[in-house]
Design a protein around this ligand. Sequence first.
Ligand code: NDP
Ligand code: HEM
Length: 481
Amino acid sequence: MSERPTTTTDAGIPAPSDAHSQSVGPNGPLLLQDHYLIQKMAHFNRERVPERVVHAKGGGAYGVLEITEDVSQFTRAKLFQKGARTESLVRFSSVAGELGSADAGRDPRGFAIKFYTEEGNYDLVGNNTPVFFIRDPQKFSDFIHSQKRRADNHLRDNNMQWDFWTLSPESAHQVSWLMTDRGTPASWRHMNGYGSHTFLWYNAAGEKFWVKYHFKTDQGIKNFTAEEADAQDPDVHIRDLYTAIQRGDHPSWTVQVQIMPFEDAADYRFNPFDLTKVWPHGDYPLITIGKWTLNRNPENYFAEIEQAAFEPANFVPGIGPSPDKMLQGRLFSYPDAHRYRIGANYLQLPVNRPHSPVHTYNKDGAMAYHNSGDPVYAPNSVGGPQADPELWKGEGYEVAGEIVRSAYRLHSEDDDFVQPRALWEKVLGETDRDHMVHNILLHANAPEVTADMKKRVAEYWRNVQKDLGDRVAQGLGVNGS
Ligand code: NDP
Ligand code: HEM
């Protein structure tokens, strides 16, 4: 008898043949009763779920978060208590390309982490940049449309991208990042991750703080130049992460936070909830709290990475949302996407299921296999689960005001250009600046970018910093305009 297992149908019935369909004689027509053949063809037709509408191309791994410092004065969250070790999953991705697109293209990179904590899943769905292109979710789908493909020729179009960016000056900080070599990281192991938004932390006494997360790569920052990025294998980043973990070279990140006392937010020099702004380190220094290490590859990419579902709304006691409008929009958007992309019970899949018990009154739906059983309603007098308001003490705060549609209230030093200007003037060295100008010119000199748009591009960069704008204008041939 062979040592190889017998092929079965998906119902576990031994399969009669791996090669031959059931036919009427060797040359005859096939039979509908060949259930095994029908199952193979029908299942194959259903192998794809819709790709993510953004961040479609990515890869991931498992790891562990270890907290080395005591931050219990800021948060009661169990995963952040000194000595805690929490299993986690990460998915890295690029934003605009489709499922088969090239890993190394110029784009922000997704940095989405799911922490399987003893109090349920905590998802931190960030990027490799601390800021974003827009500050109101109303503009998100328009922004993404401008980055993806035109309606008529189905091509990506740099003119469309600059049209959106130059009409949305709040994008200048993120576009500056994107046009440095950090827009083309050499690998996912060699980039930082940022929670980007401001979040709420509260401690066991109910005291509140605002927090930003920084995951600093222990491998060092390493980027491709534009030319190097163009020359890469399309799967360079997936391959790099998988093979590094496979050979035991486990990448790690130092986990840091910035903490702002709750009351500071009202008159801090920048609006602290505006996602196009950082908190300068001089104002709120980085505090190291632990280390996060990736140590295990997935065994089944589709089951564990393609079906992974991250949701910025998954907070655990001790952590909550801030009034950042982008974050508020995302709280709705992701679970809505998962119900459509994967199905109502996506949280019951092994990769998404919490490692702590689930006691919920939600029930049934497609593919349900993990319902809690009776009782199926609350309140009940038969011993069903009960909520614990004590766990959330501290999450609430006073909010009042007229209902409006309005930009954020400006704080004393708020404008769209002051922080990208600081990046150019204080952070970038000469080589970084040369590369940034080169990268902008490669992008804005694409054949579809019109002469009028080039003038707007030069003006956009002059608003960031005059020398930068002049260099761009010269390279685009719109000098003196
Ligand atoms: P700091 O001098 O304290 O910090 C500058 C930061 O810039 C460092 O964290 C560094 O990150 C990062 N950096 C270095 N080189 C580059 C690069 N080529 N592209 C992008 N980032 C780079 O300054 P401030 O905190 O006062 O911020 C000044 C500007 O720096 C900001 O306007 C922002 O553009 C940028 N920045 C600020 C961050 C923040 O959270 N405050 C975070 C990242 C950037 P690293 O240590 O990883 O090299
Ligand atoms: C993926 C919406 C802003 C990071 C997604 C997806 C949607 C979405 C619908 C696909 C989810 C899926 O199908 O699994 C939005 C909206 C935003 C927004 C509406 C603003 C209003 C941001 C910001 C960040 C971010 C600011 C980072 C700071 C990510 C990441 C993924 C993602 C990392 C991929 C998650 C994964 O790997 O599965 N976004 N997004 N997004 N988004 Fe956003």
